[in-house]
Design a protein. Structure first.
Length: 711
């Protein structure tokens, strides 16, 4: 079956924002205006298309990234080519938009990160009252990390207290000086009625019961001066990116709209300009013009550089461009368990064509699998397809050995793309099945859920044998337990949340590990010397083999590494996992007869434990970025309380009639904060919290942790 849409008319975009900025409401309008759904779903009514999990509809938040494919013909085409029939218009101007709606709650950051890794562009949604919020900053930094071109949409301009200018200023101050107004709002709060398009010098209102008619109106007299001022600012920024345009601009010539749009498109793709649009998705105002901007300014797969990887056999650098004729190369960015079809592997196809029934290679694992069925996803509905082309997003049903971040490729052209790095879990709870019948099912359920979510971990407590599950926050784990019950029929009792402490070393050290056992017959002999040194925070574990001249045979080297890895999980001073350490194997010896893998594994473990003990180990605790919003009257009590929780206050700013406090506070001191804040502010305060970093715990706190008195 030939490609329906040329690759230059394909857009892979995500909608990202802080919780409650209105992402899902924007997505639902997109689905309605593009004809994917014939009814607008509302978050507050629990009937949205993109939020399809029961937990999402109950809580009114997005938990997983829902993917869907929609088609869009820009509104200026339908307005200016009314004489062309719809079929012709569709063929010539319609674009295919693969849309991913991501969560805003910090506990589900993994969904945002893995989506941004495979997207070509993003629409960043802001609340017109609150402006930039903590999760907006986190998501923005992820988008910077992956160099994702983006446009902004200041939403909720109909709300009391909304201000386009204040929200725009917060984007400029806290996120980027490259933001420029592409639109201005007509009116504010309950009088908000439409937008002024600064490039086209036109105003638009949205008429009809669902705002489906985009109607051009004259720019009101009282807005002409502002429109002219901000249009000049935008055009100057655009002209800065093109010498010919700059000459025309300086000469005072009128620059044609097509030239402005062409250069603005290139500047957005190069992350040199971020245009800001506005509207109210709930009131059906502005979303169609954002879709126009997605088509006009965000990149197609062809606009971006070829994807880079390495040959797993030779380590040579490889490049694959977005072309159907190139070898098949894709990244698996999400694993989901569907109750009807089983395991679904979502993938982004970077190059080549994937056909149903073909064989693919997992580049990292070196294993081949057959592609049984390919589906294009619409939230949780599936459309079966025969093939997927370069630049498209789809899912494969039933892959057995593929994990998040694995590269899928043509067996004859192996490649491994850069993996997605996920944050470490910061909170854990003990969990036990309610009945004997739940015991076995619980293990299966937890491991299925862990396959889906790289920030969710399952481990056994070596001392008590209890199961401990860890994640990014209390809500994250609450939803995991809820899904176990609903999807797998497993009832479980859970303990109190506990902080996921880690251990690390602070200096270099060396140690010997020698395991010799003689008890009649063949003995055991393993002997190695290890050097350990600390790594930067977040770098994990690195193993270096410095053995020369075969003093330890090659077949025993992996056994030493395995022994070290096992010792890492057991900890040094308080049984917490050891992180951010480099281990080098540099010396040792072996016995022709008695040496074995198991002996070298034990020797590796012994050497690491001794070296780590000498390397001044410390306990690391998670530090959280906390934002508290309160009335001015409660400032003293709230800051005093944060200080008592070992918090460091970084900034205090004014927002409308409230005070916004930004602080860093250890997670262990934040349990029960919601109740404390309610009591301190008579129920008039709110806060949000996200993981910031792991930092060494002060000595007195570390001692309490070691003694088990601090959870």
């Amino acid at each position: 079956m030939p490609r329906k849409y040329p690759i230059e008319k394909t857009r892979n975009i995500g909608i990202i924002a802080h919780i409650d900025a209105g992402k899902t409401t924007v997505s639902e309008r997109v689905l309605f205006y593009t004809g994917v759904s014939h009814k607008i779903g509302e978050v507050h009514e629990g009937d949205t298309v993109m939020d399809w999990m029961e937990q999402e509809r109950e809580r009114g938040i997005t938990i997983t990234s829902a993917a869907t494919t929609a088609f869009w013909t820009p509104t200026y085409v339908t307005r200016t080519h009314a004489d062309i029939n719809a079929d012709q218009r569709g063929k010539e101007y319609e674009h295919c938009i693969n849309l991913i709606d991501t969560p805003g709650h910090i506990d589900f950051t993994v969904e945002v990160k893995r989506s941004l890794r495979v997207l070509d562009g993003a629409v960043v949604v802001f609340d017109g009252v609150a402006g930039v919020e903590p999760q907006s900053e986190t998501n923005w930094h992820y988008a910077d990390e992956y160099k994702v071109p983006r446009i902004c949409f200041i939403n909720k301009l109909d709300r009391m207290g909304a201000s386009f200018e204040r929200s725009f200023a917060s984007i400029r101050e806290r996120l980027t000086p490259l933001a420029f107004r592409a639109q201005l709002p007509l009116g504010a709060e309950s009088d908000f009625s439409g937008v002024v398009d600064l490039l086209r010098v036109k105003a638009f209102e949205f008429q009809g019961e669902k705002g489906e008619r985009v109607v051009e109106i004259p720019i009101p007299e009282n807005m002409k001066a502002d429109a002219e001022k901000y249009r000049r600012e935008l055009i100057e920024a655009i002209a800065d990116n093109d010498d010919v345009l700059m000459e025309k601009y300086l000469a005072g010539e009128e620059i044609p709209l097509e030239d402005l749009m062409r250069v603005l498109r290139k500047a957005v793709i190069d992350n040199k300009i971020i245009p800001v649009f506005t509207g109210s998705a709930l009131k059906n105002k502005g979303v169609q013009l954002v879709l126009d901007a997605v088509v006009d300014y965000l990149p197609s797969p062809l606009d971006l550089p070829p994807v880079k990887g390495v040959n797993p056999e030779t380590s040579a650098e490889l490049f694959r461009k977005a072309d159907d004729a190139e070898p098949f190369t894709a990244l698996a960015f999400k694993i989901a368990n569907d109750p009807y079809v089983g395991s679904l592997t979502y993938f982004r196809n970077y190059s080549g064509v994937l056909k149903r029934g073909s064989y693919i290679l997992n580049g990292a694992k070196g294993e081949q699998e057959r592609v049984g069925r390919i589906v294009r996803m619409h939230a949780n509905q599936r459309e079966e397809v025969e093939e997927i082309y370069a630049g498209e997003i789809a899912a494969i049903v039933g892959l057995k050995n593929t994990g998040t971040g694995d590269t899928l490729c043509a067996p004859e052209s192996p490649i491994v793309l850069e993996r997605i790095i996920f944050p470490e879990p910061v909170i854990g709870i003990r969990i036990e099945p309610k009945t004997k019948a739940d015991q076995e099912k619980m293990g299966t359920a937890l491991h299925r859920l862990a396959d889906e979510d790289p920030t969710f971990r399952v481990a056994g407590d070596p001392e008590t044998g209890e199961t401990i599950i860890s994640g990014m926050g209390e809500l994250h784990l609450e939803i995991i337990v809820d899904r176990m019950k609903r999807e797998f029929g497993v009832e479980a009792n859970v303990g109190r949340p506990q902080v996921a402490y880690k251990e690390t070393i602070t200096t270099e050290a060396e140690a010997e590990g020698k395991y010799i056992k003689q008890s009649g017959g063949r003995g055991q002999y393993g002997h190695c010397w290890l050097r350990v040194k600390p790594l930067e925070r977040g770098k994990g574990f690195v193993f270096e083999n410095e053995i020369k001249g075969g003093i330890i045979p090659n077949e025993f080297i992996p056994a030493v590494e395995k022994g070290v890895k096992e010792a890492l999980t057991r900890g040094i001073i308080a049984h917490y996992p050891v992180v951010d350490v480099e281990v080098a194997l540099y010396d040792g010896s072996f016995h022709e007869v008695d040496s074995s893998e198991s002996a070298f594994k034990i020797a590796g473990s012994m050497a690491f434990q001794e070296a780590a003990r000498r390397a001044k180990p410390v306990i690391l605790e998670p530090l959280m970025k906390v934002q508290v919003i309160i009335a001015q009257d409660f400032l003293g009590e709230v800051t005093g309380d944060l200080n008592s929780r070992r918090g460091k206050i970084e900034t205090m700013t004014d927002r409308a009639n409230t005070k916004v406090i930004d602080a860093k506070v250890p997670l262990s001191d934040m349990f029960g904060y919601a109740t404390a804040l309610r009591s301190l502010t008579q129920g008039r305060g709110s806060f949000s919290m996200e993981f910031n970093s792991y930092e060494p715990a002060p000595n007195n706190i570390a001692q309490l942790i070691i003694e088990g008195k601090k959870k």
